[in-house]
Design a protein around this ligand. Structure first.
Ligand code: 7PJ
Length: 276
């Protein structure tokens, strides 16, 4: 059993777990408006939990390639009311997809259980803030920034480079006081990588698992799936499931997805077979 504590909740991560994506950027809910946005976020959360999600990952900063960066206050205003409302109403692990130290601290106060940082706590004060929360962290690899990361990324040795980066970040956060058992790693699919890079990293998921860390994979509806299938964003579910199934067999246990139910069912069957 590999149980990880997320604030006052615990999850057995020997079972695969689905993390449902909840975007709270202004463009993610068609009708806009503050109250409507909170309402829609709660409805989407309820649906994802009914469908079997173990985590709800709340993000208020768009990190898609080329996205403009969001101000700190704006991000806090988007995310915190949603964290608070979900913590009050639902029994789930709330993950905050953020690089902003103040948001990490405030979200923990309101009931968040995991810090998911696509910048691996590189922002000034982020390591200290994460330590203060006492929560586990997901450290992700990114090359460059969301603004420039897709400008012909080049690596000397992709797998070794990503591995070295993640282990460097592990060393930094461990030295600051976060326990090894509280760290999950993520190769950062689509963050400064070509299709070939993304595919190689997914194929090598086992290398990271062998280092002794839980692996989180975020490939849902991403460009790599679109490139392989020549499919639009709405047509990427089966392809996403193929990528996640492959990562599961290589030892990844947390899957960050938009489409919760199909993944919960797929992983339940796969796990049943693998454990039989
Ligand atoms: C990821 C993420 C990912 C983790 C986003 C999108 C872009 N967090 N946040 N891993 N991607 N840990 O979903 O298309 O891959 S935002």
């Amino acid at each position: 059993m590999s149980v990880m504590k997320f604030g006052d909740k615990s999850l057995d991560l020997s079972l695969p777990r689905v993390m449902g994506i909840l975007n709270v950027t202004p463009d993610s809910f068609s009708d806009g408006g503050k109250h409507n946005t909170l309402d829609a976020a709660l409805r989407q959360t309820e649906q994802m939990l009914n469908d079997g999600a173990s985590f709800i990952d709340i993000g208020g900063e768009s990190t898609r390639p080329g996205a403009v960066s969001v101000g700190e206050q704006e991000e806090l205003d988007r995310v915190l009311p949603v964290v608070e409302a979900i913590a009050k109403r639902f029994d789930t692990v709330i993950s905050v997809d953020t690089s902003t130290p103040l948001l990490m601290l405030e979200a923990q106060r309101l009931g968040a259980g995991l810090i998911n940082d696509v910048r691996a706590l590189e922002r000034d004060g982020a390591v200290e803030a994460a330590v203060k929360t006492g929560l586990p962290v997901c450290l992700m690899h990114m090359r460059g920034t969301p603004q420039d990361m897709q400008n012909a990324p080049i690596y000397d040795e992709l797998i070794a480079d990503v591995e070295r980066y993640l282990l460097d970040r592990v060393a930094v956060v461990e030295a600051a006081g976060i326990k090894r058992e509280q760290i999950m790693l993520d190769p950062g699919i689509g963050f400064g990588k070509t299709l070939h890079h993304n595919a190689s990293l997914l194929k090598q998921t086992g290398r990271f698992v062998d280092l002794g860390f839980e692996m989180l994979i975020g490939v849902s509806r991403k460009t790599m799936i679109g490139e392989i299938l020549d499919a639009s964003v709405e047509e990427r579910l089966s392809g996403t499931m193929g990528a996640n199934a492959s990562a599961y067999l290589k030892g990844a246990r947390i899957f960050r997805v938009h489409d919760v139910r199909p993944h919960v069912e797929m992983l339940k069957v796969m796990h049943h077979i693998e454990e039989s």
